[in-house]
Design a binder for this molecule. Structure first.
Ligand code: NDP
Length: 335
């Protein structure tokens, strides 16, 4: 049976769960908003389905829900944060104002977060920055579950890459995509629902191509999207998300002693650019010109558009949720 829940109610319920399972108030509020935003926007691979993974990561002591991030002001355009084994979004919140002010002063800034955990989508991190007029790029590496092109075993994570930029007269342009053939959360959802994966998504534990999501999860691995091209982008994500931040590569951490933990212990890189420094007509007008040309060419769906449409619907009508999922969230909030 399906029902609905308002965005505010869902945030409140998720906050209770995070507090109950070991975060402080700041982390509970940031993570609850982040997870509820994903559910609100129909980004289901990182919505409430992830709550069990957050709870297990916290209860096994894999991630510190009360960590205090340490912000380091390194150079006019560079800041770093040691997330102290806490969540990357909490570290970002702590360093955000500094990174934005550096970007406004110098035209560009880099925010390098390490010793951090990120289990969510990246668009919630970059979209608000574009709403403030900045171009924002973010990468995060994850856990070794993706085979590099021409390789035989997983080295890369699903390694998403997100971009957000202001658009004159509209919501920011945002894309946010895993560099693996699909996000791991979608493989888990397909396994639960008994759906086959699209061709060329993954291999089984013997390295044979498979469209069985369970075979990918049981010792198999994903492939990168677009063959060698996606593999190069995924390699870049490892370099930016880990080598440049001081975090772990996706193959470098061992969480085997923390059964059920799902939060990759890696790093996150955010690059901010102030488009007001650019030559020519203003960037957001130029962005508008490009989007108009794409639409004139027949493009009917822009990246981010599906989410924006679902967001408008769910803010008005409530977020659909099954009675079973709602009951398990309520149980987690008290147990
Ligand atoms: P999708 O393939 O569903 O979508 C990728 C992007 O393409 C989105 O911006 C989407 O917009 C857009 N898009 C999708 N279909 C079309 C279309 N037909 N025309 C135009 N644009 C389109 O996402 P992924 O499965 O690759 O990734 C899902 C999420 O998983 C991401 O948010 C990512 O950050 C997250 N992730 C997080 C990880 C972590 O470790 N924290 C690891 C891996 C992934 P729209 O959103 O509007 O559909």
């Amino acid at each position: 049976m399906s029902t609905t829940i308002s965005y505010a109610e869902l945030v409140g319920l998720l906050e209770e769960i995070f507090l109950r399972h070991g975060t402080d108030k700041v982390a509970a509020s940031i993570l609850a908003e982040n997870c509820a935003m994903c559910e609100r926007d129909g980004a289901h691979s990182h919505g409430i389905f992830r709550i069990r993974g957050y709870v297990d990561s916290l209860s096994t002591g894999w991630v510190d829900g009360r960590a205090i991030p340490e912000v380091e002001d390194i150079a006019p355009s560079f800041c770093r944060v040691d997330a102290s084994n806490g969540f990357a979004q909490v570290a970002l919140a702590q360093a955000r104002d500094l990174a934005v002010s550096k970007c406004r002063q110098t035209g560009v800034s880099v925010l390098a977060i390490r010793n951090s955990h990120h289990l969510s989508a990246l668009w919630p991190d970059v979209e608000p920055l574009a709403r403030e007029g900045l171009i924002a790029i973010s990468t995060v590496n994850s856990f070794a579950c993706t085979v590099p092109f021409d390789g035989k075993s997983p080295v890369f994570g699903t390694n998403p890459f997100a971009f957000a930029a202001p658009l004159e007269g509209g919501d920011p342009i945002v894309f946010d995509l895993a560099t693996s053939a699909m996000a791991n959360g979608d493989v888990q959802i397909a396994a639960r629902k008994g759906h086959a994966l699209p061709p060329d998504s993954g291999v089984d534990k013997n390295g044979k191509p498979t469209n069985d999501p369970q075979a990918v999860l049981d010792g198999g691995a994903l492939l990168t999207f677009g063959g060698y091209k996606g593999s190069s982008i995924s390699m870049m994500v490892e370099l930016l998300g880990a080598a440049l931040t001081g975090g772990h590569f996706s193959f470098e951490f061992d969480w085997s002693g923390h059964e059920g933990a799902q939060t990759p212990h890696t790093g996150q890189l955010i690059i901010l650019i102030d488009p007001s420094r650019a030559a020519g007509e203003s960037f957001d007008l130029r962005a508008h010109t490009l989007i108009a040309a794409m639409q004139a060419a027949g493009v009917s769906r822009l990246p981010g558009q599906r989410r924006a449409e679902i967001r408008a619907q769910t803010l008005q009508n409530g977020i659909p949720i099954t009675a079973e999922d709602l009951a398990s969230l309520r149980t987690l909030a008290i147990a």
